[in-house]
Design a protein around this ligand. Sequence first.
Ligand code: GLC
Length: 552
Amino acid sequence: MPLSSDPIWYRDAVFYELHVKSFYDSDGDGIGDFRGLTMKLEYLKDLGVDCIWLLPFYQSPLKDDGYDISDYYGILPQYGTIDDFKEFIRAAHSKNIRVIADLVLNHVSDQHPWFKEAKSSKESSKRGWFVWSDDDQGYPAAPIIFRDVEISNWAWEPVSRQYYWHRFYSHQPDLNYDNPEVREEMKRVVRYWLSMGLDGFRCDAAPYLFEREGTNCENLDETHAYFKELRNIIDREFPGAILLAEANEWPNEAKRYFGNEDEFHMVFNFPLMPRIYLGLASESSAPIINIVDQTLPIPKTCDWGIFLRNHDELTLALVTDEERDIMFQAYAGNPKMRLNLGIRRRLAPMVDNDRPTIELLHGLLFSLPGTPILYYGDELGMGDNIFLGDRNGVRTPMQWSYDRNAGFSRADSEQLYLPVVINPNFHYENINVESESRLPTSLLNWVKKMIRVRKKFSDVFGHGSMEFLEHRNKKVLAYMRRLENSGMLCIFNLSRKPTYVELDLSRFRGLRPIEAITDAKFPQISDRPYFFTLPPRAFFWFNLKLDDGEED
Ligand code: GLC
């Protein structure tokens, strides 16, 4: 089946984020690989995934799980060969699944030959590829991101006796985008992987490419200009490919990454994500309404990427101190669950494995304006392991079955890159693809069904307008998605208690709400307020159709 030729295919798509390392180990060395991933494509197809986002698979000393690249043109041998990669892309495309990959533009590993060369002497030909200074005082307004481990964005290089600039770990020196050679080299990287068949990139750490004194070195015009150049390459040479920005910024800055439809196709909705959880913790629709209002409208061909969790800590950089306290209390009681300004947990354990809450979160994910992006394993309700360091607790092997190593690998268990989850509440013997596939009521089957429903109504969800409905119960979030004659009324009870809401739907008088997941018919809308009761954390999607006159 050929890939769809729709240039804005991403608006109707469901994305799935995974790490090659974590998905399936085909050769029994304890580490997932491209051949293994290729073997599991049918699972992703069956789930309803349209686009896979691959975490970094390039050569790397793996001090930041591959975000520390030592060769942009090579694949880490544990994950396979270039031929394995090409075969994976071919197989994915044959199933009508696109593939995007991480593009780490901002920094490299200190083991990269470019940096090794650059630090060898001030006269090195690569010296200008990085950002150097005699002191560590420059750019004081740039925040430290990994604040649990780094005390400065400058690190001392003892051989050539200068400081170098790094926004992340000190082993990740920032590239100097003022240097035209750097700008050209990274364009070469982009062309290299797109020529290999990749369908685009998730651009890591997008805001930080350039530095300027007197600014916080984020979202600078120069940075936007560079992304526009990359977009231009894509539009001219690789039409259909996309750029997705990781820009953990407030709405006014995040929106700028769409440019004038000439920069990013997609941007992660970082402002929205924590407010979904805040809405639940505070049992109030206000945080979600406020932020969605700030994130819309966006240009026509652009799209938000919506997500509940990813491979990082759930970042709380974009909430107030007070809101952060509420979130820490609700979702990360144990300090081990926190990292930097965030919460290093998976979705299901974070909400105490409460099925209605997990379902409600997906009800939001699949109906708010934007493309849903799932994190591998969350469709199973996979647990985490907060006793593993850094963000490793949410990066454990995918759970396929109740066999040894959750069916992920035939290696000895102690050889796995990380241990599988055996906490009794989330034990892989229960939470795995095989067991859940057999159980009609499992989370996996439920998520699969929701993806089908989302796709059935992908016109209105992927392209429709967004309007919040006013009413008097702040625990209830109610909105309409609309496109031409289709309308989807979405109602969520954010509280832990049953509740009710009266909505003025009189302008839809004569229409009859049909619950979108089960097709259950509700009474015709009249001029009177429409009354809904909602169990704790329940949600409804109602398709508003002209009354067909049928009885219940
Ligand atoms: C991004 C990645 C994160 C990584 C960091 C540095 O935020 O999502 O995993 O550590 O960039 O590359």
